[in-house]
Design a protein around this ligand. Structure first.
Ligand code: ME8
Length: 647
């Protein structure tokens, strides 16, 4: 029977669209889940959304929708959370929403159980509350009077509330942290013990009465369960704990690892184990606290307006390249500085130069020298091959050692060391010289090619968790069959059949022109910033009566032909059909629309504007458009009747 492996990401707050920092953790979890599947485990990979809490309630109110509508839009809507994971090729087996009925009912039972066993009791809450983090703090935990997590202002709060006896579990949690490898990286243990446990763990406020968007405490009306209690237990309800939706709890709990960002390590390594102890449930085997992706040295956040959109990057660079970049460039346990330059650099060096070149050179040489199929007769390896062959043979083990430690960056370095060595091996063996005398050197040349293909085969298999699509394509191009594309086969040199047939394919990673790409990204960022910038109220014109408005005659017209006006860069000359007559119009939209963009479109024409001459051409009306720097024509639906009056 296969070993089970249960891995989770944090469940995301659908309060804003997700950014590249969120994508980082999910891509890492996906790579680990794929790796575990590849190595023969039965994996459950869980992700989801954490949809309750005051922050969501407030945002929904501001947007004029219900909280459920608000979260539905961000989770299920276009370019929402689910769309993003689909785009990024995330292979999660399950997606939990904390608003799912089965989860809500289970949380009520869990809360009741801790209440019944005496670990949740009623008291009065007095303290500080950080609304954006949904966190309560004591005075002593504040840093310069501000929230220690996000540095924002906190507010006084006092209300009747339930408390969880966190203090009761302080010693057991400390023991767990200090004397086991429950929490990694190790540096985070000191942080937790020194900052939170040593100053004394206070009981935790676990219900609120000042808002309603949460799981109701079913035995005390008016209280809702604190969002972190609701959120943390998702890892178990998604397996079927205290509900009938799933039946995997007994086989998959405890989790093998929770991947979480560093600012929520406290919740996962102190509060979470304490609550599980209270519930007498097994503890997860590991919590791994990864670092943040920083931008200009600081945290990315919507409020700072510096978030990086994963959709834009995936469209520009490709999903696999983006996934690869995230795990290749930053050590998983530490913070890393995100920049477009670093992204382009990694793609150009590792993917275009090293991997892409190795593949295209090798495949095209096999094609050129052997018509695409290697001959079975090859020389044996000689001393020139020894180093490369031993690197290939040892690669899987070296990679595995790093992957088992969640050291993605190091695992990838192992692969890329061998790829670089292989590129050097090409130069050392100069296949083009061998090819000059095929009778004498054909068998040797075949050996050289075979060794290069072996590097590509083993690398492609091991890269599968990082770049699932690219790996399949590499294996296809080198003619690897299914049985030599497995994890088992990646552990041995020589699994590719000797007379493999290569298939020339597209260049996987064309080199990116850095200056051009940076300029393009910057221009797009500016447009996006403008589009999302708060709109200032314009001064506006004086009020007019309806009769004044009706003095302007607006009608539906269709563009029947369109051409540029010679020597006038801004102007297009259009012929439009009103149904009852045709008109010629000159419009200053040439910088934004090509003639072919306009033909056939229905537009709004001001029909009673006095004719005017532009660049000597008569214009009999004006097409409505918005904007000054960026002009956008108002287009009408295709079925709008010609000549109809617009009012
Ligand atoms: O914390 N770099 O949700 P969340 C790396 N709902 N990781 C980042 C990041 C960045 N710039 N920005 C955010 C929550 N993250 C809770 C979790 S789990 C029971 C409940 C990571 O949407 C962050 O560290 O605010 C966290 O691990 C995850 O994104 C979700 O953040």
């Amino acid at each position: 029977m296969n070993k089970k492996f249960y891995i989770t990401t944090p469940i995301y707050y659908p309060s804003d669209k997700l950014h590249i920092g969120h994508t980082y953790c999910t891509v890492a979890t996906d790579a680990m889940a794929r790796y575990k599947r590849m190595t023969g485990h039965d994996v459950i990979f869980l992700t989801g959304t954490d949809e309750h809490g005051q922050k969501i309630e407030d945002k929904a109110k501001a947007a004029g929708v219900t909280p459920q509508q608000f979260v539905d839009n961000i989770v299920l809507g276009e370019r929402g959370v689910k769309d993003l994971w689909k785009l990024m090729n995330i292979s999660n087996d399950r997606f939990i929403r904390t608003t799912d009925d089965y989860h809500v009912a289970a949380i009520q039972k869990i809360f009741k159980k801790m209440h019944d066993n005496g670990d949740i009791y009623k008291g009065s809450y007095k303290g500080k509350y950080c609304k954006p983090c949904e966190s309560f703090w004591t005075e002593s935990q504040l840093v310069e009077g501000k929230c220690p997590d996000c540095g924002r202002a906190v507010e006084d709060a006092e209300e009747e509330a339930y408390f969880f006896r966190l203090s009761k579990y302080a010693d057991r949690v400390r023991d767990l942290l200090e004397n086991t490898d429950f929490l990694e990286p190790r540096s985070r243990v000191n942080e937790m013990v020194n900052n939170f446990i040593k100053p004394g763990l206070e009981d935790l406020c676990v219900s609120r009465t000042s808002f309603t968007w949460g799981v109701p405490v079913d035995f005390d009306e008016g209280h809702v369960v604190y969002v972190w209690v609701d959120a943390l237990f998702n890892y178990t309800t998604a397996l079927g704990f205290m509900n009938d939706k799933y039946d995997d709890y007994k086989d998959y709990w405890p989790a093998d690892v929770h991947f979480v960002g560093k600012e929520i390590v406290r919740f996962h390594s102190i509060i979470w184990p304490a609550m599980l102890m209270s519930m007498e449930m097994p503890l997860p085997k590991k919590v791994f606290g990864h670092g943040w992706l920083l931008l200009d040295g600081g945290k990315m956040s919507k409020s700072k307006g510096n978030v990086v959109d994963p959709y834009v990057l995936a469209e520009k660079f490709g999903v696999d390249a983006l996934r690869f970049f995230l795990l290749r460039t930053f050590p998983f346990g530490s913070d890393g500085n995100f920049s477009n330059e670093a992204l382009i650099g990694t793609i150009n060096v590792d993917l275009a130069n090293d991997l892409g070149n190795l593949l295209s050179r090798t495949v095209s040489m096999v094609d050129k020298y052997f018509g695409g199929t290697l001959p079975v007769v090859q020389t044996a390896d000689d001393e020139k091959d020894a180093e490369l062959v031993s690197l290939i043979s040892g690669l899987r083990a070296a990679y595995e050692e790093q992957m088992e430690k969640y050291a993605f960056q190091n695992a990838l370095s192992e692969i890329f060391n061998v790829i670089s060595r292989a590129n050097k091996y090409i130069d050392e063996n100069a296949p083009w010289v061998l090819a000059k005398d095929m009778d004498a050197n054909g068998a040797r040349l075949a050996r050289v090619m075979y060794n290069l293909l072996e590097v590509l085969r083993v690398s492609a298999v091991l890269l599968t968790p990082f770049m699932p699509t690219t790996s399949v394509e590499i294996l296809r191009q080198i003619g690897a069959c299914e049985c030599c594309s497995t994890w088992e086969a990646a552990g041995e040199y020589g699994a590719l059949k000797a007379d493999t047939t290569v298939v020339r394919g597209e260049n996987l990673f064309p080199r990116i022109d850095e200056a051009k790409m940076l300029a393009e990204l910057e221009a797009e960022r500016e447009v996006a910033m403008k589009a999302s910038a708060p709109v200032e109220k314009p001064e506006g014109c004086a009020l007019i009566g309806i009769e004044d408005f009706m003095n302007v005659e607006l009608r539906v017209a269709q563009v029947t032909s369109c051409e540029r006006v010679p020597k006038a860069k801004k102007l297009l000359k259009l012929e439009v059909d009103l149904g009852y007559e045709k008109r010629q119009v000159v419009s200053g939209i040439a910088k934004f629309y090509a003639p072919e963009d306009m033909v056939g479109k229905k537009v709004i024409l001001v029909t009673n504007l006095k004719p005017a001459k532009l660049c000597g051409i008569e214009s009999e009306g004006m097409i409505l458009a918005s904007g000054e720097e960026q002009i956008r024509v108002v287009f009408l639906a295709e079925d709008t009747p010609l000549g109809e009056r617009i009012r």
